[in-house]
Design a protein around this ligand. Structure first.
Ligand SMILES: Cc1cc2nc3c(=O)[nH]c(=O)nc-3n(C[C@H](O)[C@H](O)[C@H](O)COP(=O)(O)OP(=O)(O)OC[C@H]3O[C@@H](n4cnc5c(N)ncnc54)[C@H](O)[C@@H]3O)c2cc1C
Length: 389
C-alpha cells in the first residue's frame, strides 16, 4: 500500500483521538462490560459514526472505503483507537474479524470471497476462528488437534470436534474451523446455522469487552460442502502463521494504547493524592514506577514499529514478531500493574478503568502464543541458525 502523506496521517490520527475521547470512551459503560449484547449494540452504533467520519478500517483498500494505512502508520492509529476498550471494534479492526479478513484475502476462492470476505469487510457478517480445543486437544501445541474432517463419498466434509475460547462465537455467522484431514491440518468455512454446529456456552472470563465473548463450540457430524475447504488441504499450520503475524502486531499496537491510558490515570491520581505530607507524585518510589512505565512503553513502541516496517518491506517477521509479542505483552501488563499500585484501592475498583485495563491485558501473555512458547521458539532459532544476539 502507498503510504498516506505524513501530514494527512497526523491529521487523521488527531481526528481519531478526538472521536475516541469525546464519543467512544464515554460510552464504555464498565458495569455492562460482561453483557455481550449491550457491548455489541454500543459498538454497532459507534461503527456507523466512525464510518461517517471516515475513520474505519485502517488496513482496508482506499478504493473500497478503507484508509489504506501502511503497517507502520497503523502503529499510532491503532494505539489511539486502543485507548478505549471499544476503539478497535468500532474501527472494524478488532480480532477475530481483522485477522480473518487477512486470511480470507490471502486464501479465499472467488466464490468464498463473494460469500464471506465482502460481507465481512462491510460489517454485514461476523466471523470467528476456531482452533483451540480443551485437553487433550490443541492448545499451545497445534499438532495435538483432535477435530477431524472426513471426506464423504458425495465430496462433502463431515466435521467432528470440540473447540473452546473462540472469540466472537456468540455473534459469528460463520467460523473458520481448523480440523485434521488425511492430508493434515486444514481449514473449513462453516456457517453457524449448519446442523451439528453448536455454540454451547460463552465462557465467563476475567476480561469482558470482547465482542461476542469467548465461546465453546461442539461440532457433531457437521456436514459442509466440498468447497468449504479454505486454502490448501493439509497447509493449515502455515495458514495459521499467516493469519497470526499481522494480528499479533495489531494487538501490540492497541494494547500499548490501553496501558498508556492506565498510566495517564495513575499519574493524574498521583498528582492529586497526598500521603505522609507530600503528593504521591513527590515520593521517589512512585516516580520510579512512572519513569519505568514511560521507558517500557517507549521500548514497546519502537519494537512494534520496527516489526511493522519489516512487514511493510515484505520481510519475514517470524522471529522479530515473536520477540515483540513477548516484550510488549509483558510490558503492558507491568505498566498496568504499576498503574493499579499507584492508584491504591481505587486501582482495583471499577470506579476507574484501571483494573479493567489490567484484566484486559493479562490474557495477551497467553493467546497468540504464550510467552514461554515464543521464548522457546526464539531460542531454538537463535541456536539452530547461530543468530547473534
Ligand atoms: C482471551 C482469549 C481469547 C482467545 N481466542 C481464541 C480464538 O478466537 N480462537 C482460538 O482458536 N483460540 C483462542 N484462544 C485460545 C488460545 O489460543 C490458547 O489459550 C493458547 O493457544 C494456549 O493454549 P492453552 O490455553 O490450551 O494452554 P496450554 O497449551 O494448556 O498451555 C498452558 C501454559 O503452559 C505453558 N506452556 C505451554 N507450552 C509450553 C512450552 N513449550 N514451553 C514452556 N511452557 C509451555 C505456558 O505457560 C502456557 O500458558 C483464546 C485464549 C484467550 C485467553
Amino acid at each position: 500500500m502507498t503510504a498516506l502523506p505524513s501530514s494527512d496521517h497526523e491529521a487523521l490520527t488527531a481526528r481519531l483521538r478526538d472521536f475516541i475521547d469525546s464519543q467512544v470512551i464515554p460510552r464504555e459503560q464498565l458495569l455492562q462490560a460482561h453483557d455481550t449484547h449491550a457491548v455489541q449494540q454500543a459498538v454497532q452504533a459507534l461503527q456507523r459514526e466512525a464510518l461517517a467520519l471516515g475513520l474505519g478500517r485502517p488496513r482496508g483498500n482506499r478504493s473500497e472505503g478503507g484508509l489504506g494505512l501502511t503497517w507502520e502508520q497503523c502503529c499510532a492509529y491503532l494505539e489511539t483507537a486502543g485507548r478505549s476498550f471499544l476503539g478497535p471494534a468500532v474501527l472494524h479492526c478488532a480480532p477475530p474479524i481483522q485477522p480473518d479478513m487477512f486470511a480470507l484475502e490471502a486464501l479465499a476462492s472467488p466464490t468464498q470471497r463473494q460469500r464471506y470476505l465482502e460481507p465481512l469487510k462491510h460489517g454485514q457478517l461476523r466471523s470467528c476462528f476456531a482452533m483451540t480445543e480443551p485437553a487433550p486437544g490443541a492448545g499451545s501445541d497445534p499438532r495435538m488437534l483432535n477435530t477431524t474432517a472426513r471426506r464423504l463419498d458425495s465430496g462433502d466434509w463431515e466435521i467432528n470436534g470440540h473447540k473452546w475460547f473462540i472469540t466472537g462465537a456468540a455473534y459469528a455467522q460463520f467460523a473458520i474451523v481448523v480440523a485434521r484431514t488425511d492430508a493434515g491440518v486444514s481449514w473449513f468455512l462453516v456457517d453457524s446455522r449448519t446442523p451439528g454446529f453448536e455454540v454451547t456456552r460463552i465462557i465467563p472470563t476475567m476480561e469482558p469487552f470482547d465482542i461476542g465473548g469467548h465461546g465453546e463450540i461442539v461440532l457433531h457430524n457437521c456436514r459442509v460442502p466440498e468447497d468449504a475447504l479454505l486454502g490448501e488441504e493439509g497447509k493449515g499450520l502455515d495458514h495459521a502463521q499467516l493469519r497470526l503475524e499481522g494480528a499479533r502486531l495489531f494487538h501490540c499496537m492497541r494494547y500499548i494504547g490501553l496501558a498508556s491510558r492506565a498510566m495517564d490515570i495513575a499519574q493524574e491520581y498521583a498528582s492529586q493524592r497526598e500521603s505522609f505530607g507530600a503528593r504521591l507524585a513527590d515520593h521517589q518510589m512512585v516516580q520510579a514506577m512512572i519513569a519505568d512505565a514511560h521507558i517500557q512503553l517507549y521500548a514497546a513502541r519502537l519494537m512494534t514499529r520496527d516489526v511493522a516496517r519489516r512487514l511493510d518491506a515484505g520481510e519475514s517477521i517470524r522471529h522479530h514478531s515473536s520477540m515483540a509479542k513477548v516484550f510488549v505483552s509483558e510490558t503492558v501488563c507491568s505498566v498496568a500493574d504499576s498503574a493499579v499500585q499507584i492508584c491504591g484501592a481505587m486501582g482495583i475498583s471499577e470506579d476507574t478503568p484501571v483494573s479493567m485495563i489490567f484484566r484486559m491485558l493479562r490474557p495477551f501473555r497467553i493467546y497468540d502464543g504464550a510467552s514461554e512458547v515464543h521464548r522457546s521458539a526464539i531460542a531454538r532459532r537463535a541456536l539452530h541458525q547461530r543468530l547473534s544476539a
